[in-house]
Design a protein around this ligand. Sequence first.
Ligand code: C2O
Ligand code: CU
Length: 565
Amino acid sequence: MRSFIVAFLLFSFELTAQNPLFIPDTLVGSSINLSLQEGSVNFYPGPATQTMGVNGNLLGPTLILNKTETVTMNVTNNLMDSSTIHWHGMHVSSLNDGGPHIVISPGSTWSPVIPVMDWAGTYWYHPHLHSHTHEQVQKGIAGLIIVRDNTEAALVLPRSYGIDDIPLVIQTKAFDATNQIITQETALDTSLMINGTIDPFVGVPEQVVRFRVLNGSSERVYNIGLSNNQTFYQIASDGGLLTAPVSMTRLRLSPGERAELLINFSGLLGQSVQLVSYGTELPSAIYGATQPGMGAGQVIPNYTSNPLNGANFQLIDFNVIAATANAITAIPITLVTHAPWLAANSNITRTLTFSPQNMGPTAINGPFMFDMTMFDMMMINQYVPYNNIEIWTLTNNTPIAHPFHIHDVQFYILDINGIAPPLNQQGRKDVILVPAGGGIVRFITKFEDFYNDTVPYMYHCHMLTHEDGGMMGQFIVQAPPVGINEIDFTNSGNLFPNPVTNSLTISELDANQTIKLVDLSGKDVISQFTEQTAAVLNLSSLVSGVYFVVFTHEKNTEIRKIIKN
Ligand code: C2O
Ligand code: CU
């Protein structure tokens, strides 16, 4: 019955969709309460489906956060099972990150206090309990996070949530004959839903509309386009706005990735346009293509009987309605400025190999690992020095593409198989699909602001069945050497003003020392000797940004972060 409905949709994009798209509520403010709970939903005729949700039956509210504000998240676990909540893509301390070590037991509340340091963009939250991530996400726990900042606010962009700024969480699930969600790795994801709505439609005003698209599926990659083959524009990648809108007719989105899109519906009043995944165009060795492996012999059991595989299918029906007052009608020319770290400033190149290297017929069913090592909660796989700029080289020797995700940081892709990434992947990223059969991705990032010698961050494949199966590793960002304290402060203590425009005064110094100002790449930009216990540094010729002042106070070397306007 179910596959009949899907098959019918496949060949009939014009079919009127049945269900209004669910738009999750929003939560704002400096204190946000989230309750993880069991629920039930009537996805199909017959028995209700047992689900999990946040403050409701399925999915969770969209959290709207402002950069530079601090928010307390009170996450109460009202489930029967342990869980965790990870703020995917956000730059937070490892203790606040909600990885597998930060377990919330049933009946208890976890309350991390999170300074929002991220660029305006679309992030998300989901459980990360070791070996249960897929199960808890599939049952319904996931929500979006929208970060706003002044840079984004200054641009002419749609931002009326649910009206011209519409969230689209794309997911597939597997159901059994009694309508229950099944999470065994062999269960096939035949049911597609957007924001938990099967076969959805949404009214879109006749103007430029922004969509915040999350691939929240456990395995499936989408190849997104419009049924009228209209050009659309990607304005943001995982970690915020791009330099400029990138025009496209297809967007490939792998599990965990986000994209903000602008679609101009002007002139289409009364018409209906479908968002479609063009699976027939996906190359082999990607989950969702006709052939999920490199070779014809590499098969996932029952893969070909899933009507979504290797097929074009409708994601959502857009019904164009009247424009709103003050409609946005143009696509901006430029967006934000990026200053990626330079390879020349990196301290180390770290390599990770996706294994096993096995091209045999069953190789596509895993188990997959990094460097032939299964994830072990007790084993730290990488030690990263605090403030290191690093290049990570990812080599995928397996026969299927894996979406690699790393916590703590956003990264810039240097190259994919030796070639610069496409424009829409030149912004900040936290997930990248690494091509199969020896594919190589190199990225650069910096491990700044947080360190903790005991609580690690994770990196893993964001195909959640692979993550749960052991394709995950953990890294510690190491505390700086003894005697060096970094104190993040704003306008107090012995250094002011901060932020600073021209002259920075430093007092309470030990006499006779050299004070240094270091930029984000670790380069000394000012080095000034002082015999006195106070000094004034002239910063007027420096470009705006973050710098570190290194000086000695009571015989301790201190590093303080400052912002130059
Ligand atoms: Cu979205 Cu470690 O996960
Ligand atoms: Cu994987």
